[in-house]
Design a binder for this molecule. Structure first.
Ligand code: FES
Length: 219
């Protein structure tokens, strides 16, 4: 199975039929996104540094970094959220030090992306995608919809699975976008359609290096 999902077409088909669920890094990012509003209310944030099951490493940013209460925040918020969503993670480590973006760190959003070394195309920067929102753009002649929660970026064909209309003006709430035309709803983490489960948004692989975002188009 591991070899099979190295092929992006096999991966896309299995995801489309719900046989493969979101990868572990994706689920960890979603769990972290869930507690970001609480950290933000204290002027802080959390960054995922490394996923190495059964351990993940995170770093607190902003007001959370060095704050005496951060250990409490860590155990009450981050650890609980991650362990509840990702039972395969049994240890959450806090990494100290600068929260500066590591330009050498590469984060792959889908498992097959790590094996793909060519055909990555520039899709701007993390900062150009609103946190918790979407950005539409044209890359290589393809109309794309990018979404971001923290450093987790997903990319889909910007075409609703209902009648193919663009989605960027849809309302986004808690990682769900509602098509502005007839109300179909989609999970921006997976592309799954919550209105008609038999259809799905066409996804593309994403990799994030530092703040640079690249996509690999499946056409
Ligand atoms: S085109 Fe999106 S719901 Fe109809």
């Amino acid at each position: 199975m591991k070899r099979a999902i190295g092929d992006e077409i096999v991966y896309a088909v299995l995801r489309r039929h719900g046989i493969l669920k979101a990868s572990l890094p994706e689920r960890v990012e979603v769990a972290l996104a869930g507690i970001r509003p609480m950290l933000a209310s204290h002027g802080g944030d959390v960054e995922l540094v490394k996923v190495a099951p059964p351990v993940i490493e995170v770093r607190f940013l902003g007001a959370c970094d060095g704050c005496p209460a951060s250990q409490l925040t860590f155990h009450a918020g981050v650890k609980k959220a991650v362990e509840e969503s990702c039972p395969e993670i049994t240890e959450v480590r806090q990494v100290k030090g600068s929260g500066a973006v590591n330009e050498n760190a590469v984060h792959f959003v889908s498992p097959f992306a790590a094996a793909a070394t060519d055909n990555w195309v520039d899709a701007g920067t993390l900062e150009e995608i609103p946190e918790g929102g979407v950005r539409s753009m044209v890359v290589g002649g393809e109309k794309l919809l990018l979404s971001r929660r923290g450093t987790m970026v997903t990319c889909f064909q910007n075409a609703c699975a209902h009648l193919g209309f663009p989605l960027q003006d849809g309302e986004v709430e808690d990682g769900i976008i509602t098509c502005p035309h007839h109300g179909f709803r989609y999970d921006l983490g997976s592309g799954e359609c919550l209105t008609a489960p038999e259809v799905q948004l066409q996804s593309h692989a994403v990799r994030v290096t530092g703040s640079k975002v690249e996509v690999r188009l499946v056409v």
